[in-house]
Design a protein around this ligand. Structure first.
Ligand SMILES: *[C@@H]1O[C@H](CO)[C@@H](O)[C@H](O)[C@H]1NC(C)=O
Ligand SMILES: *[C@@H]1O[C@H](CO)[C@@H](O)[C@H](O)[C@H]1NC(C)=O
Ligand SMILES: *[C@@H]1O[C@H](CO)[C@@H](O)[C@H](O)[C@H]1NC(C)=O
Ligand SMILES: *[C@@H]1O[C@H](CO)[C@@H](O)[C@H](O)[C@H]1NC(C)=O
Length: 727
């Protein structure tokens, strides 16, 4: 299925209809008028009886707004229309049967949001020269101008390589000044070949922002646990790719081959030094706080940790305008890795200086390839396709230039584009409806915390306080940034002459913007949530939960939808985010004061519950990586349902969707499940979530109300005899 075009969502392009769902079927209007008449005339004996009768007979109304019609079309297209599709035996197939060949609804919505952003970008051409809007438009246009990018070819990249001191493979080269090249890579190209450095909240309270140094990211999965055969094939593909890059840059094939092999050797040695987080946790050292001085002592006699690198000058250049000194504290996530890495670098510098230089440049070319001509992009895409094939992952969707350009323009010009996007998709009515939904979910969680058998009184009180004190941001911050400020944001972006130069200028400006943001007291910079993205974000340091405008959209949320849909889809998403805040209570030793026996029992119950399902897909599935997400899934459904039921007590006459023949509660469960619709095989091996079918069946079968509303006989898959309550 192609992604949803705005055609399918007639309400999508303009502000959604405000107000409550169309629950007020004609019947309710009559009831209300009658009530008014009764109050006017004073109570007479007959009318209250009539009123009660009338209220009782008010059935659910059907929502017929454009938003509901679009949702209905979606629901009908997704669910299995076969008469024999049995909700009690396989609700996943019932809800998602026909949608399986398609991408998941999150991906489809993400693309839909980018389509809207594209629409906005394409209208910005007539803006005042020099304004943020005009610059964003020019950047987007030069990204879309593939003829110019092709004509420039590898020229702009060769220039970059010369700026870095060149390499032995092609062109002029000078012997490596290691610290200079590394500093340039980090500060000018946002590229970190040996480690990663970024700004983030300190891992312990009060979570002040701090520079963090972590393991690097690699171009290809150099996984140690991989099967030997797959590993060898991966490396062959990667070598072929590096060879291709080298020849595209005019290198002699034999020389390229030698340097490419050495680059792979350096990367795979680095990978050997990595220790997974779980192992570092088990050793009680998930991170360490050191001064820059300790990493790289000024006097050589003291104990040095990672002396190969000129940390102060590299970090200072990267995080300008912050001002760093050698006593600056930094958080290091894997100190042993840094020590080994430093030794490897020193060793290479002594014996294979020019190979180290080539390695740094090879990996840079990889990260820059989205801004290069079609030959580089094609090489990258083919590599990624082959690697996915080897690990039996489905191919990525076809390359679309506009999508890539919208993403890049969005990243660099976010301060300008955010208010434009929000104005289009997130009206004040949508915001307040989303806020109302969140409040209902939050209240249900607070009520639920009271009933958890494994939680002790003090932990309960603390958890409840944390929920009540939590701040939530729906969509963008309320105060729009000053228009003058938005213009200033881009004084440092220089467009042209080549697209690569514009791109790099955008990279540098964004990096400086983030560093400047960290120097300001206003904490918005810590909520790094893309407004058109779909990831909610919890900021530990500020105790703020942020939901981006892009997430609270059809088909998950619309102020005009029946409440069952909003609670089932967006409500369960919100509840899951809330529960994640408390996940660490479930980890071993996470809640020493709790009744550990009862907690252990509930965890084992959940594990047994999930293990009882037939294993999905071909690969054997190991549930021990997913129990935290499973717990959040089960808890989120229970909380969303509790919140919805409470709403039902207060308001009757729930709206549904026409032609689906589902009661409001049934619609709630269908909406919950359809959030999860996706191909069974799209499970990534490192995914901490269960496969989609389990994310539907696990929580639904833990919820007795599901079996009741779908009339599932005892003993069917979705009505087991045992239920667990963790949350
Ligand atoms: C629809 O349900 C029927 C009956 O359970 C099943 O045989 C069929 O495979 C389902 N179709 C899809 C596309 O899942
Ligand atoms: C090498 O450098 C010289 C002088 O800086 C320059 O004129 C020449 O074009 C460069 N050669 C290549 C292949 O880039
Ligand atoms: C890089 O700088 C550090 C610190 O000044 C120094 O110890 C190291 O030797 C330098 N590396 C090279 C290769 O020059
Ligand atoms: C699942 O993974 C865990 C941790 O990696 C391991 O201890 C356990 O033995 C595995 N279970 C199965 C059935 O493979």
């Amino acid at each position: 299925m192609e992604s949803l075009s705005s055609q399918e969502f007639p309400g999508a392009g303009r502000p959604p209809e405000e107000g409550q769902p169309a629950a007020g079927s004609r019947c309710w209007v009559v009831a209300r008028q009658l009530l008014a008449a009764v109050l006017l005339l004073g109570l007479s004996l007959g009318s209250p009886v009539l009123l009660v009768y009338l209220l009782r007979s008010c059935g659910p109304g059907a929502c017929d707004s454009p938003a509901c019609r679009a949702l209905l079309a979606r629901a009908l297209a997704s669910r299995n229309a076969s008469a024999s599709a049995a909700p009690c035996a396989d609700f996943f197939s019932f809800a998602c049967g026909e949608a399986r060949g398609s991408r998941d609804p999150f991906q489809a919505l993400a693309e839909e949001n980018k389509r809207r952003l594209r629409g906005i970008l394409e209208t910005l051409g007539s803006q005042q020269p020099g304004s943020g809007e005009e610059q964003a438009f020019r950047f987007y246009s030069s990204c879309m101008d593939t003829d110019a990018i092709e004509a420039a070819g590898a020229g702009p990249l060769r220039q970059v390589i010369e700026e870095l001191g060149g390499w032995r493979i092609s062109g002029n080269w000078t012997s490596l000044d290691f610290n200079r090249t590394l500093r340039l890579l980090m500060s000018q190209y946002d590229h970190f070949p040996f480690f990663k450095a970024y700004l983030g909240p300190h891992p312990t309270p009060p979570h002040e922002p701090v520079i963090q140094i972590d393991q690097p990211e690699f171009d290809v999965p150099f996984k140690q646990e991989q099967e030997q055969k797959i590993y060898a094939q991966n490396m062959r593909e990667y070598l072929a790719y590096l060879n291709r890059l080298g020849t595209l840059l005019g290198g002699d094939p034999d020389e390229v081959q030698e340097h490419a092999s050495m680059s792979i050797s350096i990367a795979s040695q680095l990978v050997q030094f990595l220790r997974p987080l779980a192992q570092r946790r088990a050793q009680g050292k998930p991170f360490q706080v050191v001064t820059i001085d300790q990493l790289q002592p000024l006097c050589p006699s003291s104990k040095e940790l990672a002396p190969a690198i000129d940390w102060l000058s590299c970090l200072q250049a990267t995080f300008t305008p912050m001002s760093l000194s050698s006593s600056q504290l930094v958080v290091v996530h894997d100190l042993d890795f840094l020590k080994h890495m430093s030794r490897l670098v020193e060793d290479q510098l002594q014996n294979h200086r020019d190979f180290l230089q080539s390695h740094m440049i090879f990996s840079l070319v990889g990260t820059l390839s989205p801004a290069l001509d079609s030959q580089f992009q094609k090489a990258r895409r083919e590599l990624s396709g082959k690697l996915r094939e080897l690990t039996e992952q489905p191919p990525l969707p076809a390359h679309q230039q506009w999508l890539k350009c919208v993403e890049e323009t969005g990243t660099f010009f976010e301060p300008t584009l955010e208010p434009l996007f929000v104005r289009e998709v997130f009206s004040p009515g949508t915001r307040s409806a989303a806020m109302e939904l969140f409040t209902a979910i939050k209240d249900a969680l607070v009520a639920r915390l009271r009933r958890l058998p494994w939680m002790d009184e003090e932990t309960r009180k603390k958890a409840q306080d944390r929920v009540t004190q939590l701040q939530v941001k729906m969509g963008p911050p309320e105060q729009a940034p000053e228009p003058a400020l938005v213009g200033q944001e881009y004084n440092d972006i220089h467009l042209g002459p080549s697209f690569l130069q514009s791109f790099l200028s955008g990279v540098r400006a964004r990096r400086a913007r983030i560093a400047r943001g960290f120097l300001q007291p206003f904490p918005r910079h810590r909520w790094q949530v893309s407004p058109w993205g779909l990831s909610a974000h919890y900021s530990v340091s500020d105790h703020v939960l942020v939901f981006p405008a892009g997430l609270l959209q059809p088909p998950f949320f619309h102020p005009g939808y029946p409440r069952a849909v909003n609670f089932g889809a967006a409500g369960s998403i919100m509840a899951r985010e809330l529960l994640h805040i408390f996940s660490q209570l479930l980890l071993p030793g996470g809640c020493p004061a709790c009744d550990t026996h009862a907690l252990q029992e509930a965890l084992l119950c959940l594990e047994g519950h999930y293990a009882a399902f037939p294993p999905p897909g071909r690969a054997p599935f190991n549930g021990s990586h997913t129990f935290l997400e499973d717990a959040a899934d089960v808890g989120a459904l229970a909380i969303a349902l509790q919140a919805y039921n409470k709403r039902l007590l207060w308001r009757r006459g729930e709206a549904t969707l026409p032609n689906l023949d589902l009661s409001p509660q049934q619609l709630f469960f269908l909406s919950y499940a359809q959030v999860m619709c996706r191909e069974l095989s799209t499970q990534e091996s490192r995914d901490t979530h269960s496969p989609p079918i389990l994310r539907v069946h696990g929580p639904l079968s833990s919820t007795p109300a599901f079996a009741r509303h779908f009339h599932c006989p005892h003993g069917t898959l979705l009505n087991p005899s045992r239920h667990c309550q963790l949350w």
